[in-house]
Design a protein around this ligand. Sequence first.
Ligand SMILES: [Zn+2]
Length: 395
Amino acid sequence: MRIDFTKPTKTILAGRAGYQCSHPDCDMITIGPGDKYDQLSSVGEAAHIYSAAENGPRGQDGLDEEDLKSVNNGIWMCKTHARLIDTNKGDGFSATQLISWKQLHEEAIKRKQGRIHRNIGWASRIRIINSPVFKDDTEINLGKVTLIESSKNGAGKTAICEWLSVLGSEQSPQRWIPSRKSDTRYSINTFMPEKHEVNVSIESDRYKIDIDGVDSPFCGLPFKTFFFNSDIFKVEGKQDMKESEYLCQALDVDIFTLVKLFNRVGLSEYSFIKKVALNEESCDLNDVECTIKGRDFSLVFNGLSGGESNALQFELLIAKIQAYAEYSPLILFIESAETSFDNQMISHYLDFMNSSEVSFQTVVTSLSGSIRKPSIGIAHFILNGEHSNVEVSQV
Ligand SMILES: [Zn+2]
C-alpha cells in the first residue's frame, strides 16, 4: 500500500519551494503556462523523503502513516530529479541529505521572497578528481550542515575544508603547493542561484584556478568562508587589555561594532548567553558584563568559566558572520578537534546552525562518534582508509 500525499500537502510543498525544484544543482521552475490559454503546465512532483511504499527507496524508518504523508516527509522536485533520487532504491541520496536540500532551498526562497537583491547561494558539491589523500573521483554533496567524521586525525578532514575555502579567499590552498606525491585536482559546484563550477588544479608547483573554464587569479565569486578554531581568539597581551579591547581584536571590529554585536547576542532560543553589555563607567579592565541564561546575576567577561567564555565568543562570531550571510553565501568551518569547545556545546550549536535562524552553511569536522548529531537534515560523511586511498561514505 502506498501512502500518498494529500492535495493540500502537495500544494504546501510546492509553494514552500516557490514551485522550483529543490535539487541544489537545479533551478527549474515547475509551473508555467499550459497549451491552452486557461491551462497550467506542471512538471513538479512532491517526492517522498522516507518511502511511500514499504520496501521503497530509503525505507520508512519506522514512521507511521501520519508522519509519512506529512509535509515534513516531502520535498518538491522536478520530474527528472524526483526519479533520480529514487534510483537504486535511493542509495545515492540519504534522507538526511534530502532534508538538507529542502532546508537550503526553502532558505533561498525565503530570502528571494523578502529581499530580491540578495545574493543567495551555497556550495552544493566538491568533487575530488585526484589528490594525495582521497580515492580518485570522490564526491561530497554538501548540506546546510555537513558533518565529516573520521576515526583518526590526518584522514583528510582538514584537506576538504582547506580546498573548499578557496571559495571565499584570495589565497591559494598553499599547503598543497608544491604538490605532494601526486597532483591535486578538484572542482566545487556552487549555486547562487546561477550555477558555477570552480576548478582547482595543482600540478607540481603550478597552481591554477578557473571559474566555468575561465582562468582567474583567485575565486572571485561573492562567497565568504570563516574558520572557527582555537587560533581565532588568540590575542597577544590579552591580560593587560580591557575586556572590550580584547573582544574587538579577537573579532576584528571596533568598539562601536562590538556594541552592535552585543545587541544581537541572546536573541536566539539556542543562545547560552542571555545578555552582554559594555559597562562604560568601569575604570578597571573589566568592562564587559554578561548574563548566562537561567541566572539572574551578571559576571564580568573574565569571571566567566572557560566554557561560558567560549560560548560568548562563539555567539559574537556568529552574530558577525550572520551579518555577512544576510547578503552573501557563506560557509563556516568548525574544526572541533582544534577548538577548546566541549563536544556537548558543539552538538548544541549544530542544532542552531541547522535551524532556520542562520542562513549560512556549516561544515563540521570531528572524530567519529564524538558529536551528537541533530536528528534531521545534516549531510553526514565518514572518512576511512589510508592516505592516497581514503574513502568517503555517506551515512
Ligand atoms: Zn530538478
